[in-house]
Design a protein around this ligand. Structure first.
Ligand code: DX5
Ligand code: ZN
Length: 219
């Protein structure tokens, strides 16, 4: 199985984002950037100007996870400033097909995210418009929360829906060297980890450990 690790800078020092990216650049596949608007989730982080600035300094592709209301209005701009992947929430998008096509037309991969209790089956007919499904394994909004095992059936059902399609299956929330095993066994291949990477004195080593654990579980 090919495994991708996307460290979340939500758990990094926001005054040193470029350094946080460099700390994992040699080991990670993507850099996960959590955009929160204090409406879709009860937390506020950063937005387009910071992503555009980070894009200038980062060598890793940016994986933008938009936890915002009205992604129909805002998401394409993240692709336009160069994000490699733009993920919006199914619960927030008014016209997900139009939005997915708009993001792809701007040159980025498209991700569709669902919260733990949003069944992925409702979006089965959209698969052809997507490059990735993100099944949240915590309620979105904060780093450092406890992994929710109750989200694993949704991961398994997403894997079954994907079948032979070339769609990556990402999990995000409470992913560490132990829970990543359960996620990989359920069929995830792309893993976000915030505190498990940036609370570690050696973030690059943490990424290596996560990759090894996921790889061993997925084989
Ligand atoms: C939470 C964010 C996550 C967060 C994960 O809503 O979407 O990306 O950074 O942090 P950890 O890995 O600490 O749960
Ligand atoms: Zn995230």
């Amino acid at each position: 199985m090919s495994v991708r690790i996307s460290p979340s800078i939500l758990s990094a020092d926001f005054g040193r984002l470029a350094e946080a990216e460099r700390a994992v650049a040699a080991e990670a596949d993507w850099l996960h950037v959590d955009v929160m608007d204090n409406h879709f989730v009860p937390n506020l982080t950063l937005g387009l100007p910071v992503v555009a600035a980070l894009q200038e300094h980062a060598t890793l592709p940016l994986d933008c996870h938009l936890m915002i209301e009205d992604p129909d209005r805002w998401a394409t701009a993240y692709a336009e400033v160069g994000a490699r992947n733009v993920t919006f929430h199914a619960e927030a998008a008014a016209a997900p097909v139009r939005l997915a096509r708009s993001i792809r037309a701007a040159g980025a991969r498209v991700g569709l995210a669902v919260k733990p209790a949003t069944p992925i089956e409702g979006y089965a007919d959209l698969l052809g418009e997507l490059d990735m499904i993100l099944v949240m394994t915590v309620e979105p909004g904060f780093g450092g929360q406890q992994f929710l095992d109750l989200a694993l059936p949704n991961v398994r059902r997403a894997r079954a829906l994907i079948g032979d399609l070339d769609i990556w299956l990402q999990v995000d929330g409470g992913v560490d060297a132990e829970t990543i095993v359960r996620c990989a066994e359920a069929g995830a291949d792309t893993f976000v980890a915030g505190s498990a990477v940036y609370a570690c004195p050696d973030p690059a080593a943490a990424v290596r450990r996560l990759r090894a654990a996921a790889q061993a579980a997925g084989d």
